[in-house]
Design a protein around this ligand. Structure first.
Ligand SMILES: [Ca+2]
Ligand SMILES: [Ca+2]
Length: 180
Protein backbone atom coordinates (compact mmCIF):
# COMPACT_ATOMS: atom_id res chain seq x y z
CA UNK A 1 0.00 0.00 0.00
CA UNK A 2 1.32 3.41 -0.93
CA UNK A 3 1.80 5.95 1.81
CA UNK A 4 -0.41 8.75 0.61
CA UNK A 5 0.63 12.08 1.97
CA UNK A 6 -0.95 15.23 0.69
CA UNK A 7 -2.47 18.46 1.87
CA UNK A 8 -4.75 20.97 0.26
CA UNK A 9 -3.59 24.55 -0.06
CA UNK A 10 -5.53 27.70 0.44
CA UNK A 11 -8.83 26.28 1.53
CA UNK A 12 -10.48 28.62 4.01
CA UNK A 13 -13.18 26.12 4.84
CA UNK A 14 -11.81 22.64 4.70
CA UNK A 15 -14.09 19.66 4.59
CA UNK A 16 -13.49 16.60 6.61
CA UNK A 17 -11.02 14.22 5.12
CA UNK A 18 -8.65 16.78 3.63
CA UNK A 19 -5.51 15.00 2.60
CA UNK A 20 -6.73 11.66 3.83
CA UNK A 21 -7.01 8.85 1.32
CA UNK A 22 -10.61 7.85 0.81
CA UNK A 23 -11.86 4.39 0.12
CA UNK A 24 -12.58 3.83 -3.56
CA UNK A 25 -16.34 3.59 -3.65
CA UNK A 26 -18.81 3.58 -6.47
CA UNK A 27 -20.74 6.63 -5.33
CA UNK A 28 -18.75 9.81 -5.81
CA UNK A 29 -21.72 12.16 -5.53
CA UNK A 30 -20.47 14.17 -2.56
CA UNK A 31 -23.64 16.26 -2.47
CA UNK A 32 -25.76 13.26 -1.61
CA UNK A 33 -29.37 13.57 -2.68
CA UNK A 34 -29.03 16.99 -4.29
CA UNK A 35 -28.10 15.66 -7.72
CA UNK A 36 -28.21 18.26 -10.44
CA UNK A 37 -29.24 21.13 -8.18
CA UNK A 38 -26.65 23.43 -9.74
CA UNK A 39 -27.24 22.51 -13.36
CA UNK A 40 -25.44 19.32 -14.25
CA UNK A 41 -22.37 20.64 -16.10
CA UNK A 42 -19.08 18.76 -15.86
CA UNK A 43 -15.96 20.55 -14.58
CA UNK A 44 -13.02 21.26 -16.89
CA UNK A 45 -9.34 21.52 -16.01
CA UNK A 46 -7.89 24.38 -18.06
CA UNK A 47 -4.32 23.95 -16.89
CA UNK A 48 -2.21 21.85 -14.55
CA UNK A 49 0.99 23.23 -13.02
CA UNK A 50 3.75 21.55 -11.03
CA UNK A 51 5.76 23.88 -8.79
CA UNK A 52 7.97 23.72 -5.73
CA UNK A 53 5.82 23.93 -2.61
CA UNK A 54 8.88 24.38 -0.36
CA UNK A 55 9.18 22.86 3.10
CA UNK A 56 5.78 22.07 4.61
CA UNK A 57 4.63 20.69 7.95
CA UNK A 58 2.57 17.59 7.16
CA UNK A 59 1.80 16.81 10.80
CA UNK A 60 -1.94 17.14 10.23
CA UNK A 61 -1.72 14.66 7.35
CA UNK A 62 0.93 12.10 8.26
CA UNK A 63 1.04 10.03 11.42
CA UNK A 64 4.25 11.41 12.90
CA UNK A 65 4.08 9.80 16.33
CA UNK A 66 7.54 8.24 15.96
CA UNK A 67 9.36 11.15 14.38
CA UNK A 68 10.70 14.46 15.59
CA UNK A 69 8.89 16.49 13.00
CA UNK A 70 6.77 16.13 9.92
CA UNK A 71 8.38 18.77 7.73
CA UNK A 72 9.06 17.59 4.20
CA UNK A 73 9.57 19.27 0.86
CA UNK A 74 6.37 19.45 -1.13
CA UNK A 75 5.49 19.27 -4.79
CA UNK A 76 2.60 21.64 -5.42
CA UNK A 77 0.20 20.28 -8.03
CA UNK A 78 -2.21 23.06 -8.99
CA UNK A 79 -5.39 22.55 -11.00
CA UNK A 80 -7.05 25.57 -12.60
CA UNK A 81 -10.65 24.52 -13.01
CA UNK A 82 -13.88 25.94 -14.40
CA UNK A 83 -17.38 24.53 -14.00
CA UNK A 84 -20.33 26.28 -15.62
CA UNK A 85 -22.83 25.21 -12.95
CA UNK A 86 -20.64 26.33 -10.02
CA UNK A 87 -20.77 23.12 -8.03
CA UNK A 88 -17.09 22.92 -7.17
CA UNK A 89 -18.17 23.76 -3.60
CA UNK A 90 -17.55 20.10 -2.87
CA UNK A 91 -14.96 18.18 -4.81
CA UNK A 92 -12.67 15.21 -5.03
CA UNK A 93 -9.26 15.57 -6.68
CA UNK A 94 -7.40 12.52 -7.95
CA UNK A 95 -3.69 12.80 -8.77
CA UNK A 96 -1.59 10.04 -10.34
CA UNK A 97 2.08 10.10 -11.30
CA UNK A 98 4.99 8.26 -12.87
CA UNK A 99 8.64 8.91 -13.66
CA UNK A 100 8.43 8.62 -17.45
CA UNK A 101 7.60 11.94 -19.12
CA UNK A 102 5.81 10.73 -22.23
CA UNK A 103 2.47 12.52 -21.98
CA UNK A 104 0.74 9.50 -20.53
CA UNK A 105 0.08 8.45 -16.91
CA UNK A 106 -1.65 5.28 -15.76
CA UNK A 107 -4.83 6.43 -13.98
CA UNK A 108 -6.24 2.97 -13.35
CA UNK A 109 -4.81 2.54 -9.86
CA UNK A 110 -2.79 4.13 -7.09
CA UNK A 111 -2.35 7.85 -6.67
CA UNK A 112 -3.67 10.47 -4.28
CA UNK A 113 -7.33 11.18 -3.61
CA UNK A 114 -8.28 14.38 -1.81
CA UNK A 115 -11.71 15.57 -0.68
CA UNK A 116 -12.51 19.18 0.08
CA UNK A 117 -15.01 22.00 0.03
CA UNK A 118 -14.94 25.75 -0.49
CA UNK A 119 -17.28 28.64 -1.09
CA UNK A 120 -21.06 28.60 -1.31
CA UNK A 121 -23.14 25.92 -3.04
CA UNK A 122 -23.47 26.49 -6.81
CA UNK A 123 -21.24 29.61 -6.66
CA UNK A 124 -17.80 28.11 -7.25
CA UNK A 125 -17.37 28.18 -11.02
CA UNK A 126 -13.69 29.11 -11.45
CA UNK A 127 -11.10 28.07 -8.92
CA UNK A 128 -7.44 27.20 -8.49
CA UNK A 129 -6.81 24.10 -6.38
CA UNK A 130 -3.30 23.70 -4.95
CA UNK A 131 -2.34 20.28 -3.64
CA UNK A 132 0.86 19.77 -1.64
CA UNK A 133 2.30 16.28 -2.02
CA UNK A 134 5.02 15.20 0.40
CA UNK A 135 8.40 14.40 -1.19
CA UNK A 136 11.00 12.11 0.38
CA UNK A 137 8.48 10.14 2.41
CA UNK A 138 6.05 7.95 0.55
CA UNK A 139 6.19 7.42 -3.19
CA UNK A 140 7.63 10.72 -4.46
CA UNK A 141 11.47 10.92 -4.60
CA UNK A 142 13.57 14.06 -4.19
CA UNK A 143 14.80 16.05 -7.18
CA UNK A 144 13.23 13.91 -9.86
CA UNK A 145 11.28 14.85 -12.94
CA UNK A 146 7.82 13.41 -12.46
CA UNK A 147 4.76 13.33 -14.65
CA UNK A 148 1.42 14.00 -12.99
CA UNK A 149 -2.15 13.45 -14.14
CA UNK A 150 -5.10 15.04 -12.37
CA UNK A 151 -8.88 14.87 -12.48
CA UNK A 152 -11.54 16.64 -10.42
CA UNK A 153 -15.02 15.44 -9.54
CA UNK A 154 -17.68 18.05 -8.71
CA UNK A 155 -20.38 17.96 -6.03
CA UNK A 156 -22.74 16.19 -8.40
CA UNK A 157 -20.24 13.41 -9.11
CA UNK A 158 -19.40 14.59 -12.63
CA UNK A 159 -15.76 14.14 -13.63
CA UNK A 160 -13.49 16.51 -15.55
CA UNK A 161 -11.02 15.84 -18.31
CA UNK A 162 -7.70 14.37 -17.19
CA UNK A 163 -4.86 16.90 -17.39
CA UNK A 164 -1.19 15.86 -17.58
CA UNK A 165 1.89 17.93 -16.73
CA UNK A 166 5.46 17.31 -15.59
CA UNK A 167 7.91 19.00 -13.26
CA UNK A 168 10.80 18.39 -10.88
CA UNK A 169 10.20 17.50 -7.27
CA UNK A 170 12.22 19.66 -4.81
CA UNK A 171 15.50 18.65 -3.22
CA UNK A 172 15.66 17.42 0.39
CA UNK A 173 16.29 20.96 1.66
CA UNK A 174 13.17 22.27 -0.11
CA UNK A 175 15.05 24.05 -2.88
CA UNK A 176 14.15 23.60 -6.53
CA UNK A 177 15.04 20.30 -8.15
CA UNK A 178 16.26 19.87 -11.69
CA UNK A 179 19.60 21.65 -11.26
CA UNK A 180 18.01 25.06 -11.25
CA1 LIG B 1 -20.58 20.89 -12.29
CA1 LIG C 1 4.34 8.92 -18.11
Amino acid sequence: MLLLTAALLGCADKGTGDGVPLPQTGDRDTAGDTAGECGGAAPEIGSLNITNGGLYDFSTVIDCADTEDCVYPAANVTLNVTDDDGDLHQYIIDIWFDEVVDGDVDTSSGGFELLGSKGEPCEVSAESFGNLLAVGTGPLPYDTEMEFAAQITDADGLVSNIAVASGFTPKSDGSDGGGR
